[in-house]
Design a protein around this ligand. Structure first.
Ligand SMILES: [Zn+2]
Length: 469
């Protein structure tokens, strides 16, 4: 089963073909570090991690680049409003640089707790200002730019096929873009490549440029960085569906205008998280859920969120509610207990990876990352009659994609003394055929967080893996 991916450019699934055999250049739009990531953002990073792990599972060599937006992302996507970083700095009484550093570390800690593999290359927008200026210069030479009182803008009417990714009707798009009015813009969809520092104001983050002191627009960083670090390996570019209409559309326009070459072959987008009651989650609303306040502070392991995200295909909106998280917590706990049992029954021996079950799993994940189906394959395998040593090997293999640390969670543990004592008493009760005492002792053991199983080889006791922290 070859890997099939849904490409937002032509809105259909097709076989994934790389530019260079066996190698994938992957660019994922990173966080704007003026606040914590909310769990809706984190859903997108989980989807991208699954994509990356599936590429690795398919034996591709992956080069993954992620940017950190630490300047230039304005509160309005269409280049009006305040700079999010400087606004964050004002809010917290710290410098924009301190804000950026603090929230970058918070983001890295979030993705680590979600078992998201780190990119090979992290790049800060502020570390590539020269590359961004160089690209704007090329666009200027090719007459794609014009200057207004507040900056240098890209003239979208000069770029054919501006709506190729968004598939929008250009007129309705221009209508929508008019909400943020800038009378000097030639077209409502035009966007800033460089913004001037306001007269008489010294910004915390500003640089010299051929056009005047200021800072880059948000979109230019992703074009400059992806080309700088991936060069001619522009295979897959990802983000959330909210990136399609403006951010990614503008990235394509300026990149292809500058190079006259196609900018990325595959564009993939993760759908929204919907909070129960139908509200889309947005960072600009003050009351938003972070990994800490939705999970950690409630004593729920963040991996429960990773597991919850697998229940919905990445292109479908995911419902978030206390009930759905509770169900995911129970589901993950159950799976972890099943795996512990397998590991224990196999006496920690790993057999061969059975082709039939590997193929079933691969068929699910290679069908545009179908994780709900992949989880069904995991259950089918665990409930099958194949020997435990083979199950053990398959779990290890599957977990390269699942990233749930299932074998780690199944590491052996000495039974605490109080549990061992109850187990011995229960064995004695069973030997004496005192079933009432046996039941009572089983309940007592379970109360201490252990699962009791009576097998033909005697009593087995394993820890009821708790997805509380
Ligand atoms: Zn981007």
């Amino acid at each position: 089963m070859k890997l099939q991916l849904y490409n937002s450019l032509d809105r259909k699934k097709s076989e994934f073909i790389t530019i260079h055999p066996g190698k994938v250049g992957l660019y994922t739009c990173g966080p704007t570090v003026y606040n914590f990531a909310h769990i809706g953002n984190l859903r997108t990073y989980i989807f991208e991690d699954i994509l990356k792990r599936i590429l690795l599972y398919n034996d591709y060599q992956v080069k993954h680049v992620m940017n950190i937006t630490d300047v230039g992302h304005l509160t309005g996507d269409r280049d009006m409003g305040e700079d999010k970083m400087e606004k964050g700095a004002q809010r917290e009484g710290r410098t924009a640089w301190e804000i950026a550093e603090f929230y970058t570390q918070a983001f890295k800690s979030d993705i680590e707790r979600l078992n998201i593999l780190e990119p090979d290359i992290w790049v800060k927008a502020t570390d590539t200002i020269d590359d961004q200026i160089a690209m704007i210069k090329i666009l200027e030479e090719k007459e794609y730019c014009y200057q207004t009182a507040d900056g240098i803008y890209f003239d979208t009417s000069r770029f054919k096929n501006y709506t190729r990714l968004s598939h929008q009707d250009i007129e309705s798009l221009r209508e929508g873009a008019r909400v943020e009015k800038n009378p000097e813009k030639r077209n409502a969809t035009d966007f800033a490549l460089w913004k001037f520092s306001p007269k008489g104001v010294r910004r915390q983050m500003e640089w010299d440029s051929p056009w005047g002191i200021g800072f880059p627009g948000w979109h230019i960083e992703c074009s400059a960085m992806s080309m700088k670090y991936l060069d001619d390996q522009l295979d897959i570019h990802c983000g959330g569906t909210d990136h399609i209409d403006v951010h990614h559309t503008n990235e394509i326009a300026q990149s292809e205008a500058a190079t006259d070459k196609k900018f990325f072959n595959f564009w993939m987008h993760g759908a929204f998280l919907i909070i129960a009651g139908g509200k889309k989650m947005a960072k600009s609303e003050d009351n938003f859920l972070t990994l800490d306040n939705a999970f950690v502070k409630k004593g729920i392991n963040p991996l429960v969120y990773r597991f919850a995200a697998f229940q919905t295909h990445y292109r479908k909106p995911m419902e978030y509610s206390d009930e759905s998280i509770l169900a995911a917590r129970n589901g993950l706990q159950h799976l972890q207990n099943q795996v512990r049992q397998v590991v224990q029954n196999s006496a920690r021996q790993k057999g061969a990876v059975i082709e039939e079950y590997k193929t079933k799993f691969l068929t699910a994940i290679n069908d545009d990352l179908n994780m709900p189906r992949a989880l069904a394959v995991v259950q089918e395998m665990l409930k099958s009659q194949i020997p435990d040593a083979e199950k053990h090997a398959l779990i290890e293999d599957y977990d390269r994609v699942l990233g749930l640390g299932l074998l780690e969670g199944a590491k052996p543990e000495e039974l605490p003394d109080d549990v061992s004592k109850l187990v011995a008493e229960r064995q004695a009760a069973r030997d004496a055929k005192d079933w009432a005492a046996s039941d009572r002792l089983r309940d007592a053991i379970q109360e201490l967080g252990y699962v009791v199983q009576d097998t033909k080889d005697g009593i087995k006791v394993i820890k009821n893996f708790d997805f509380a922290l």
